[in-house]
Design a binder for this molecule. Structure first.
Ligand SMILES: [Zn+2]
Ligand SMILES: [Zn+2]
Length: 136
């Protein structure tokens, strides 16, 4: 099913051509800072399964546990975070699902970096939670 979304100001828009390969919520400190919120909600797509229009700005986030640079793409006009890319998976796009036009279909398959989640956030016991990155 096609899904559409975009940034707050509408300068960046996107359309997906497939279902996400996985969905998750990231509670790492960097996601909290970038989102200005408690966590990032993410859906992974093959790069070829999502099409962006508009101008994306890029922040290379090197302050990571692994030292790898996470590419964080956002709208340079309104600042909405749109997606992230990690060097180990250059063909994958981790979409920030708060930017979907219809967020009703988002269901998190897991939580990661629960070790740094904010105190008030309560995780459902039915959803697996990893203290750090499940990939290691
Ligand atoms: Zn924008
Ligand atoms: Zn994160």
């Amino acid at each position: 099913m096609k899904k559409t979304g975009g940034c707050l100001c509408g300068q960046v828009r996107y359309e997906t051509k497939a279902e996400p390969m996985m969905t998750g919520v990231c509670h790492c400190k960097n996601c909290q800072k970038q989102a200005g919120s408690a966590f990032s909600t993410l859906a992974a797509f093959q790069k070829t399964d999502i099409e962006f229009t508009g101008d994306l700005a890029l922040y290379g986030d090197s302050d990571t546990d692994t030292g790898n640079t996470v590419k964080r793409f956002f709208c340079g006009t309104c600042g909405s975070p749109l997606y992230s890319q990690v060097p180990a998976q250059p063909d994958m796009v981790y979409l920030k699902t708060g930017t979907l036009d219809d967020t009703d279909s988002f269901v998190a398959m897991f939580h990661c970096w629960s070790s740094t989640k904010q105190n008030w956030v309560e995780l459902s016991p039915d959803v697996p939670a990893f203290p750090q990155n499940p990939a290691g």
